[in-house]
Design a protein around this ligand. Structure first.
Ligand SMILES: *Cc1c(COP(=O)(O)O)cnc(C)c1O
Length: 233
């Protein structure tokens, strides 16, 4: 057992999801929790699996592939980090959903590898709503044009949008970014573009997932709140 009580943390997050859904008058079945296990050892993931978690998020391609090889096949892996084209081979065929497609160039590489492996890759388009210099993603302005091009690529299925909001002590300050991502989703949905499904909104992390749910998140990505602080040393 690790020092962190993963089972208890998961119960708390699930309770908070319920509270946020009630407040927003949403059905809890609309919100899916991704346990972000990046940097954490396989033993901790096993603990989370024993406590009922089934979907894990990773931000390093090889780390996700390596973990997937030693953990049960019924686990769903979601790739949430910046992906370099030379690492695409580790992710295509492993990830059930790639949340972080931030360029046409990357989408082309994913498409090519998916054709090669004869699989369909489900992807989300990452939008840097808050326009942070340090973050990747399309802009609110260019997203639609890029999405139209990405939608034409073979063996790729666009499922929706993702954003990473700024780190903040005050989750309310991120509400505007979640709202804007949802507005973009509704806007693009209304255009009925072929091969584009806009049903997924991946937004909200440990510090702000309740606000994200109130603003329409369908996937929330929670790491610290489940596995404790990360140690990058
Ligand atoms: C690390 C990470 C998370 C989880 O962050 P916490 O604050 O620990 O919940 C969520 N999304 C992305 C893209 C991440 O890289």
């Amino acid at each position: 057992m690790s020092e962190v009580n993963i089972k208890e943390n998961l119960a708390t997050v699930n309770e908070n999801i319920k509270i946020a859904c009630e407040k927003a008058q949403r059905d809890i079945s609309e919100v899916t929790l991704i346990s972000v296990s990046k940097t954490k050892p396989v033993e901790m993931i096993e603990e989370a699996i024993n406590a009922g978690a089934t979907i894990f998020g990773e931000n390093k391609a090889q780390e996700m592939r390596d973990k997937s090889l030693v953990l049960p096949d019924n686990i769903e892996w979601h790739f949430i980090g910046h992906l370099q084209t030379n690492k695409v081979k580790y992710v295509v065929g492993t990830a059930a959903l790639i949340h972080s497609v931030d360029s046409l160039h990357l989408a082309e590489a994913i498409s090519k590898e998916s054709v090669k492996k004869d699989v369909i890759s489900n992807i989300l388009i990452e939008v840097n709503v808050a326009q942070e210099e340090s973050k990747f993603g399309l802009t609110l302005k260019n997203a639609e044009d890029e999405i139209r091009k990405i939608a034409l690529l073979p063996n790729i299925k666009i499922k929706g949008l993702m954003t990473i909001a700024p780190y903040t002590e005050n989750p309310e300050s991120n509400r505007i970014f979640f709202k804007k991502l949802r507005e973009l989703k509704v806007d693009i949905e209304g255009k009925n573009i072929d091969n584009i499904d806009m049903s997924v909104l991946s937004m909200g992390m440990t510090g702000d997932y309740m606000v994200a749910i109130e603003e329409g998140a369908t996937y929330i990505r929670v790491g610290t709140g489940i596995f404790g602080e990360r140690n990058y040393n």
